[in-house]
Design a protein around this ligand. Structure first.
Ligand SMILES: Nc1nc2c(ncn2[C@@H]2O[C@H](COP(=O)(O)OP(=O)(O)OP(=O)(O)O)[C@@H](O)[C@H]2O)c(=O)[nH]1
Ligand SMILES: [Mg+2]
Length: 279
């Protein structure tokens, strides 16, 4: 594949991955950014976009269940491995298109994609040069400080597995009231606020553990970087684009040992207009 940037949309079941792929694609097209849409979810029933490359052409959960007498979870595991086996063909089909960005919708069961070897293999081989993981935090799971911390740890696990630049998104932000949004963003911008609220919510938790969680956020470099997005009203699409461009730029500059491998600070990112030659 060429110099396209691949964005893997990853998040817990129902976090809004598929809808965001559709919404971001609509926004991108309006900006003149060309895209390829890839569905990697073999269990998807209906998608809110028309994929250019669809893994269901190779692997279908319903067929695996029927042919192998498996339940839905067993079939998902078998499907993950079957996708990896068909990767050369899937890759060559993606490679038959030319675009600025490849938008990749991943399976709902995040653990199958993040924890199994096949998921890592897929990310490594689909676009080794310029990949970014867009990690969606479900606002309903991140409403409390301990929920936010759990989502953060899952994000850290995702990074630990893929070792690719990541951007953190708060999805469905139109469903979050202004006060809650402010609180969630304060947790992402101020680790001490998160630590304080974790201890207030869960006084039995050790201070050391709460401190470590907030430090995790600092070490992942996500302070000030949680981007609220909404597929409903289009909020955050331009920031998502800028963060992806910034993350890709940084990863190209970074050595594998560098601690600047994650998406960097907002100042280092570019405006879509910069890249596209307009304001
Ligand atoms: N209000 C609102 N609803 C959203 C938004 N994004 C997604 N949804 C809704 O959330 C539900 C799940 O969205 P999906 O896009 O299917 O989520 P997903 O992460 O792809 O789900 P799985 O692939 O099944 O894990 C759907 O009912 C969407 O309409 C959003 O930005 N705002
Ligand atoms: Mg989906």
């Amino acid at each position: 594949m060429g110099e396209e940037t691949a964005i893997f949309f990853v998040g817990t079941a129902g976090a809004g991955k598929s809808t965001l792929v559709a919404a971001y694609d609509r926004w991108a097209k309006q900006q003149g950014i060309t895209t390829i849409l890839v569905n990697l979810d073999p269990g998807a029933e209906a998608l809110p976009y028309t994929p250019d490359v669809d893994v269901r052409d190779w692997v279908k959960i319903s067929e695996i269940m029927e042919e192998n007498g498996l339940g839905p979870n067993g079939a998902q595991i078998a499907a993950a491995d079957m996708i990896a086996l068909n990767l050369d063909e899937i890759k060559s089909e993606i490679g038959s298109f030319r675009a600025d960005q490849i938008l990749i919708d991943t399976p709902g069961q995040i653990e199958l994609f993040v924890f199994r070897t096949s998921g890592k293999h897929i990310v490594e081989s689909l676009n080794p040069g310029r990949s970014v993981v867009a990690y969606l935090m479900d606002p309903f799971l991140a409403r409390t400080s301990t929920g936010f911390a759990s989502q953060l740890m899952l994000g850290a696990t995702t990074f630990f597995r893929f070792q690719e630049p990541m951007v953190f998104l708060l999805s469905k932000s139109d469903r979050v009231d202004a006060t809650s949004l402010e609180t969630i963003l304060s947790w992402s911008s101020d680790p001490t606020a998160l630590e304080h609220d974790i201890l207030s919510e869960s006084p039995s938790m050790s201070r050391e553990f709460a401190t470590q969680v907030s430090r995790l956020m600092e070490s992942m470099g996500i302070e000030n970087l949680l981007i609220p997005v909404s597929s409903l009203d289009g909020k955050g699409m331009d920031e998502l684009y800028s963060m992806v461009q910034g993350a890709v730029g940084q990863s190209e500059d970074a050595t594998p040992e560098s601690d600047t491998f994650l998406a960097g600070d907002q100042e280092s990112t570019s405006d879509p207009g910069d890249d596209l030659g307009r304001n």
